[in-house]
Design a protein around this ligand. Structure first.
Ligand code: SF4
Length: 380
């Protein structure tokens, strides 16, 4: 990225003060984590929830989470399963495990409060530079500029930036621009105004340039092709996985669920309908039977199809085929899982599940009556 001329910088700084901040004062959304006085804990939780997640999705989660865990001490004292349950469906569950750990650090080392010093914030586990800048500026008024996806998009359009914004060097330079444009007497408002402009006006598709307070200084708007920015290298095609899962019924018409290893891997600690990825040449029932043998040491009979769920994770997509099943022989062992439970469709709420497994639960609850072994496997 070529250096930004002092003249451009001056005109952008003037536009921030004269146009952007007054626009923000009129149009800022009334969001629960913006309630004054700002609570550092609420700012922190909201910033973690908002990573990779839309505001509309986050609001109800945030409200339920704060009602259940009103401060770091309550969060630190809660069992991890309870924290995961409140996070259920929000995705990226590492975030939930991390804030639980961080809350315990806050109780142990900081009297149960987030420290106001940015260096002390940065030393906490799980707070990256973005979260540190957000908490430090929104909650404590430190002059630190945030650079998130919204801000990157707005900046790259204002400058009609040809550089690939996926490159660390471009991000570093855009962070420099954010620092240079931060009004030191209004750090929180400047940061939030950029983010709000990106969320409401300078949206990824169809930016609303005629309504934008910065249209007078925007090069992309003048080029008439604002959507051409930011310049991102085409992403590689994400892998697609076909996966099978068993809804195993026992003679009491309970359903078997397994817990993923709480210490490592994706969706760690969540519960699931056991199963796994299909191998080349396998039918879906063969896949599910093999996976149950490997994961829990069970010999099962696979029956009717219940539902197929499509879900996109950040780096791959899945197509999850759930089938009813019954155990022919064996007792559940924890060969490739960390625990198991027999439950019913009314008791699923006692366990945290991933979004894809919640779709299986939804399909089970949509059945006219609870599934029974003898309805699905009449010969047993
Ligand atoms: S004028 Fe258009 S492209 Fe430029 S910042 Fe505003 S909304 Fe974005």
């Amino acid at each position: 990225m070529s250096a930004i001329s002092p003249k451009t910088l001056r005109s952008l700084r003037a536009a921030v003060r004269r146009k952007l901040l007054p626009w923000f004062a009129r149009h800022a959304r009334d969001l629960p984590w913006r309630a004054e006085p700002r609570r550092p804990y609420a700012v922190w939780i909201s910033e973690i929830m908002l990573q990779q997640t839309r505001v509309d999705t986050v609001v109800p989660y945030f409200q339920r989470f704060l009602a259940r865990f009103p401060d770091p001490a309550a969060l630190a004292a809660a069992p991890l399963q309870d924290v995961l349950k409140r996070w259920e469906g929000l995705g990226y569950y590492t975030r939930a495990r991390q804030i639980h750990k961080t809350a315990q650090t806050l109780v142990r080392d900081h009297g149960g409060q987030l420290p106001a010093d940015p260096d002390a914030l940065a030393a906490l586990p799980g707070l990256g530079p973005y979260t540190v800048a957000a908490v430090a500026s929104f909650a404590f008024g430190h002059p630190l500029a945030v650079l998130d996806g919204n801000v990157i998009r707005v900046f790259s359009r204002l400058l009609a930036l040809p550089d690939d914004v996926g490159l660390p060097a471009t991000k570093k330079k855009l962070q420099g621009l954010a620092d240079a444009l931060l009004l030191r007497d209004k750090p929180a408002a400047t940061n939030e105004a950029w983010m709000e402009l990106g969320a409401l006006i300078c949206t990824p598709r169809a930016p609303r340039c005629p309504e934008c307070p910065l249209r007078g200084v925007c090069r992309a708007a003048k080029s008439k092709t604002p959507e051409a920015f930011p310049n991102k290298k085409k992403k590689m095609k994400v892998p697609h996985k076909v996966v099978g899962a068993a809804v195993i019924l026992n003679a009491k018409n309970q359903i078997l669920i397994a817990q993923r290893n709480p210490e490592k891997g994706m969706l760690a600690g969540l519960w699931e309908f056991p199963g796994g990825k299909i191998a080349a040449g396998e039918t879906m029932p063969e896949c599910i039977a093999r996976e149950l043998k490997e994961e829990m040491g069970l010999d099962i009979e696979v029956g009717a199809h219940l539902v197929t769920v499509h879900h996109a994770y950040s780096h791959f997509t899945i197509e999850l085929h759930a089938h009813f099943a019954r155990i022919r022989s064996g007792r559940p062992r924890h060969l490739e899982c960390s625990g198991h439970a027999w439950t019913t469709r009314d008791r699923f709420d006692d366990f945290p599940f991933s979004k894809a497994d919640l779709e299986i639960i939804r399909a089970l609850r949509a059945l006219p009556k609870p599934p029974r072994l003898r309805d699905h496997f009449p010969a047993t």
